[in-house]
Design a protein around this ligand. Structure first.
Ligand SMILES: [Zn+2]
Length: 494
């Protein structure tokens, strides 16, 4: 395969090793260089570009245009040779046409197969609602996968001659050190899609076959949502709205990683913005900038911890404080003390359900009295995949699996259930998009009393049920009966 290769090799590599890429031929990049490359330089290039390098030496005499022409005729295809000649008309050195100002480079960039391929790849990921793009180098090609609704979807892999330059270009766009392929790096890049600018966070990882990259899509349209767009039940939306109107207190959002806790917190903060409040957040890292809020990125290495930030926040006279994550007792204590002194504090905790969050706080060593005087609500949540509306179908109870029958154990079996048969839109999975499933615990006097008595999470759960808390399990049943999702999906997340 012959691939035109104008900017296959990133400019920093060109400058660092004083080389010029001629063409890609049979999986190898052929380069011209003015002096032989050392074995280390060759190894580094091989690693960065993901394919073998063949060097053709450009001797000192070949700097005159006549002999350079001879060299090119001997060493590269007619098309490449002609392109090089055009570029060299204004140039005395074979390397100086790589400068940024060259108008030819601009044109060439638009037509560059790598640039086009990358644009197609990023566009497709955005259109398919991917949350991450995975590029994994292997011995034979570069595997490409998108994470959609929490699951990896396999895409056509990228051939090696294209993969190396593609990964290098991504690193270049993310302002990473392109010559550093042996350590992991992190960066950010933006991509224009239709009328939007989509941000990506890029991480590189050196692996046995070369670099692997993961791009996280930071799509504001999906993350920055209002409470109204989260598809909450009317009762839940009302209770949550009521909680957010409180002048002080602690609201905990719990759930495992990937349960959509941050989206919920952002939606709450958006709602609070409406009341013209001063909002300060501590996040690790700040992924979405929200206008009108002060957002502080956590940097533990320099001592900018959650706990320390809460203390600093209090001197800034905020109304609302959001702590990205409560990981330890000190942070939890500071958050509670802040809520005692007249602030509304929102934070997240890693527990499976709402009653367990209270037990976790007690197990951290926090005084039950401090918990009951500050805690206003605990919201537990999960993200479930929705049945694809394009291929959804109903089936009757004689088709139910054993798992589905046991799911409804004491309750009457619904007449019909729904599933997705799989179509092009949902990549054959039968699911498309996700929705949050939530339970909200509001501490009543009776529950506070139980907390004082250091009751177990089981006792707290029983009491909350008696008081009418709609549990995650009850919500799950409703979601299945209404055809929003399947029993299999519920089993996966609960
Ligand atoms: Zn479908």
């Amino acid at each position: 395969m012959n691939v035109p290769c104008w900017s296959l090799v990133p400019e920093n590599l060109v400058q660092e090793y004083a080389l010029f890429p001629l063409e890609v031929h049979e999986g190898k990049i052929i380069i011209a260089c003015s002096r032989p490359l050392s074995p280390e330089a060759l190894a580094s290039l091989h690693f960065c570009l993901g394919c073998s390098i063949e060097q053709r030496l450009l001797s000192s005499e070949t700097t005159t245009s006549e002999t350079t022409k001879d060299f090119l005729e001997k060493n590269c295809s007619l098309k490449t040779s002609m392109q090089l000649e055009v570029m060299m008309e204004n140039s005395s050195s074979p390397f100086c046409f790589m400068s940024n100002e060259d108008p030819l480079e601009k044109k060439q960039e638009q037509e560059d197969p790598i640039v086009l391929h990358l644009k197609m790849l990023l566009d497709e990921a955005i259109e398919e609602n991917a949350s991450d793009i995975h590029l994994e180098s292997s011995a034979k090609d570069c595997r490409l996968r998108y994470r959609i609704d929490g699951f990896l979807v396999e895409k056509k892999s990228i051939p090696l001659p294209l993969a190396g330059p593609l990964l290098s270009r991504l690193k270049l766009l993310a302002h990473l050190d392109i010559t550093e392929c042996r350590l992991s790096q992190d960066g950010r890049l933006t991509h224009s899609w239709k009328n939007y600018t989509v941000d990506f966070r890029l991480s590189s990882l050196p692996t046995q076959f070369g670099e692997s990259l993961v791009l996280r899509l930071l799509d504001r349209r999906k993350m920055i949502r209002s409470l109204g767009s989260l598809e909450l039940s009317a009762q839940l939306e009302r209770s949550l709205g009521y909680l957010l109107k409180k002048p002080h207190g602690l609201l905990l959002v719990t759930g495992p990683i990937g349960a959509g806790k941050t989206t919920t917190l952002y939606a709450c903060l958006q709602e609070l913005q409406e009341y013209k409040l001063k909002i300060i957040t501590a996040e690790d890292p700040v992924e979405y900038e929200i206008e009108g809020m002060l957002q502080v990125p956590i940097e533990e290495s320099i001592g900018r911890t959650f706990e320390r930030m809460i203390r600093s926040f209090l001197r800034h006279d905020p109304d609302v404080i959001m702590i990205g994550e409560t990981r330890d007792e000190e942070t939890a204590r500071r958050a509670m003390e802040a809520s005692l002194t007249g602030h509304l504090v929102l934070t997240t905790l890693h527990t499976s359900d709402a009653p367990e969050a209270i037990s976790r706080l007690m197990n951290m060593g926090l005084d039950p009295f401090l918990i009951t005087t500050t805690l206003e609500g605990v919201l537990a949540q999960r993200l479930v995949r929705k049945i694809c509306s394009c291929c959804s179908r109903a089936y009757s109870c004689d088709e139910y699996s054993k798992e589905e029958i046991t799911f409804f154990h004491d309750d009457p079996l619904p007449k019909q259930l729904y599933t997705g048969s799989g179509c092009k839109r949902c990549h054959g999975t039968g699911y498309y998009g996700r929705v949050a499933m939530m339970e909200l615990l509001l501490p009543s006097d009776q529950l506070r009393l139980l907390i004082h008595q250091r009751a177990s999470s089981h006792q707290l759960r029983e009491q909350a049920h008696r008081e009418g808390m709609i549990s995650l399990q009850a919500e799950a049943k409703r979601y299945v009966i209404e055809g929003i999702t399947t029993v299999a999906e519920i089993r996966r997340v609960l």
